[in-house]
Design a protein around this ligand. Structure first.
Ligand code: WTA
Length: 655
């Protein structure tokens, strides 16, 4: 995972000439500006990129660290900044979103049309009594309606919490319960890969599980026209609530620190955490990184393939590109439908110039392209592309080189962007017209971001020596807290031994000569499967919640060529250890159970059964041994503290 190549790709001259951050010296100048006067640097950018209703007078308030406040006495509205402001500066007729449905139908909305739609939804929400500070859960697929629903919440100061459409009823219920939301916005179904998958029915199931009594309204967008049941008084069609509303809506001017959204993500322990983001600081970094990392210009067509259910979709679909008045693609479907050439065809059809996707997608498309010329990028005209991006997991040099050569035609820089749900936007990334690239490295910190590598006591480690990735100074788009759990926030991200630095949860190493960063992977019990974050504990809890079958379970990750990491579960049953067909049948039951408890993305790829798990004499499961077994490696670690060494051989056998 930590491998980097030694080839260096310098930025193309034409890009250097025109880029927002033009040349390496310009990058260094910005870093110096931030270092010389940190507050003044961020203050300057916040004034340049955001329209404030009431200007702020102080940039950073660190009096209650680590609960930092940015631009605290300023007021703004995020939806005003993304929509009205663009219409006011003459971009009303410019295309904001090009939506391509799963089946290929294209719908375009201009900034004026999107503004009108957002105002109608916002008015509709207000008519139902939704107000500033209320939480609204959004459970919907990739759509203009989804983006508009998020923007409508922002417009009235309601705090949205988008739940990825692949999560199960149980996961949705847990998130609704934790947020105490007053409303859910959903659709009758989602359409992916030619199939209709239910959404409203899952909302019904989630609400029926109990603990969601705060929900007063469920608003349903019509997508598939499939039959759904509507609960009188609670459920309404979005069209009935919004379509007759006025197309203007006075924004709610909120303080910069007012929460814009909560987004649940996995940690190393316990239930998913509701990462709370601010309005002002978050919007600044979403807009600034879109501008500098992607070099977004007026005539670009930007496509981020992430789902709005993840942070990448928040920052680089719903907020960043719109805040800059850009034109972007929103895609409902999957990369392999109707065939694995879908991405390349869409880039060709819409003349996409900036393309941002995940290494997993690249790796699976490489396999498909190598097997079939018709879906190889060379069979499409990709000459509109000028910048490529990667996000969510390390990109291995081989995939990087293929992406660069076959998708980017050897001429497009790849920005390998390292960041997290908690960071709100890019932290370590090349800037395409400034930073020489080394495949496998996310290169250098974004200007103003103070990432560093330290040891367990917070002391800097020299380049060439791996350590713990931290961020030394607070930054505008940082997580503000974990919703409802300040203590867990401090414990998770600001542990006492790290000198007040933000703990990212990743390991990293800097190149001895260049100081370039390479991320070596999570240092906690978080897995990254296809760029999706999952806690091993969550999956273990889901397995042991099958109380009839499961006595004990331990989950680890193992490297996987396509998905980066794969989930591997070791299970002790309440009945004798099964083998052969019986083992297969029980594994399927457990896989489906995890799918039901969390969602299909959390289903273990491998399930192995044992009479027991490798434990120390004090009863602690030795996960590092399980990791070796999962990888199929010979065990070289010290096993002298193991209570039951024979179990290793049993677990190493394939059931
Ligand atoms: C991993 C996604 C290597 C990392 C934006 C991080 C990466 C976690 C990269 C956050 C990258 C993200 N190179 N690893 N370019 N980008 N990661 O919260 O482990 O879903 O901590 O945010 O993904 O995942 P999250």
């Amino acid at each position: 995972m930590s491998e980097t190549s030694h080839t260096i790709y310098t930025p193309p001259a034409d890009l250097v000439a025109t880029a927002h951050v033009s040349g390496f010296a310009a990058y260094e100048a910005l870093c110096k500006e931030a270092e010389a006067d940190y507050g003044a640097y961020w203050g300057r950018l916040a004034r340049e990129l955001i329209s404030w209703k009431k200007p702020f007078t102080q940039t950073l308030d660190d009096s209650q660290a680590p609960f930092f406040k940015w631009f605290a006495d300023g007021t703004l509205n995020v939806s005003y900044n993304c929509l009205d402001r663009n219409v006011e500066r003459g971009l009303g007729n410019k295309t904001a979103i090009i939506f391509e449905a799963d089946g290929g139908e294209v719908t375009k909305v201009s900034y004026s049309q999107l503004l009108a739609k957002v105002c109608q939804i916002a008015n509709g929400l207000r008519s139902l009594g939704v107000k500033k500070g209320d939480r609204v859960v959004i459970y919907i697929a990739m759509s203009i309606d989804g983006v508009a629903a998020m923007q409508a919440c922002a417009r009235i100061g309601a705090i949205h919490s988008v739940v990825f459409g692949g999560f199960s009823a149980q996961s949705l219920r847990d998130r609704i319960n934790d947020t105490g939301a007053v409303a859910v916005i959903t659709a009758d179904c989602q359409v992916r890969g030619g199939k209709q998958l239910p959404l409203k029915a899952i909302v019904d199931e989630a609400l029926a599980l109990g603990g969601c009594e705060s929900i007063q309204n469920v608003l349903v967008v019509k997508r598939g026209g499939n039959a759904i049941s509507m609960t009188e008084g609670r459920d309404k069609w979005m069209a009935d609530v919004a379509d007759a509303q006025p197309t203007t809506c006075e924004p709610e001017w909120v303080e910069a620190e007012h929460p814009l959204f909560l987004l649940y993500t996995s940690g190393s322990t316990g239930k998913p955490k509701g990462v709370q983001h601010s309005s002002g600081g978050y919007l600044l970094h979403a807009a600034l990184t879109t501008k500098w990392t992607f070099d977004l210009k007026a005539d670009d067509v930007f496509w981020c393939t992430a789902d709005i259910g993840w942070v990448t979709g928040h920052s680089y679909i719903t907020y960043g590109p719109l805040a800059l008045g850009g034109t972007e693609i929103v895609f409902e479907g999957v990369p392999t439908y109707p065939d694995a050439g879908r991405f390349w065809k869409m880039i060709q059809d819409h003349k996409v110039s900036i393309f941002y996707t995940a290494p997993t997608a690249i790796r699976s498309l490489i396999k498909a392209a190598e097997a079939n010329d018709a879906v190889h990028p060379k069979s499409y005209d990709l000459s509109s592309l000028r910048i490529l991006g990667s996000v969510g997991e390390p990109i291995n040099p081989a995939a990087w080189e293929w992406y660069h050569k076959h998708v980017g035609g050897g001429r497009c820089p790849i920005v390998d962007t390292f960041w997290q749900t908690e960071t709100g936007g890019h932290m370590i990334t090349p800037l395409p017209g400034a930073t020489p690239l080394v495949p496998g490295s996310c290169t250098l910190p974004f200007p103003g971001i103070t990432t560093a590598i330290v040891d367990e006591t917070g002391n800097d480690v020299p380049n060439g020596q791996g350590g713990i990735l931290v961020v030394k100074k607070p930054w505008p788009s940082m997580i503000r807290t974990i919703w409802g759990d300040n203590e867990r926030f401090v414990k998770s991200y600001y542990p006492a031994e790290l000198k007040g630095y933000y703990l990212a949860g990743d390991g990293a190493i800097r190149d001895e000569k260049t100081g370039y960063f390479t991320i070596t992977g999570r240092i906690d019990d978080v897995l990254n499967v296809s760029g999706h974050r999952m806690g091993t504990m969550e999956i273990e809890s889901a397995l042991v919640s099958h109380t009839e079958l499961v006595a004990e379970a331990a989950v680890v990750g193992r490297p996987d060529d396509t998905t980066g990491e794969a989930i591997c579960a070791f299970v002790v049953l309440k009945r004798p250890r099964p083998t052969g067909d019986e083992a297969k049948a029980i594994a399927k039951i457990l896989r489906d159970h995890v799918g039901k408890e969390i969602g299909p993305i959390a289903k273990p790829k491998d399930i192995r059964f044992g009479d027991n798990l490798p434990k120390t004499r004090s009863g602690k499961i030795m996960r590092r041994l399980l990791r070796s077994i999962a990888k199929g490696e010979a065990i070289t670690q010290d096993t002298s503290t193991l209570e039951n060494p024979a179990i290793l051989d049993q677990l190493s056998e394939n059931n």
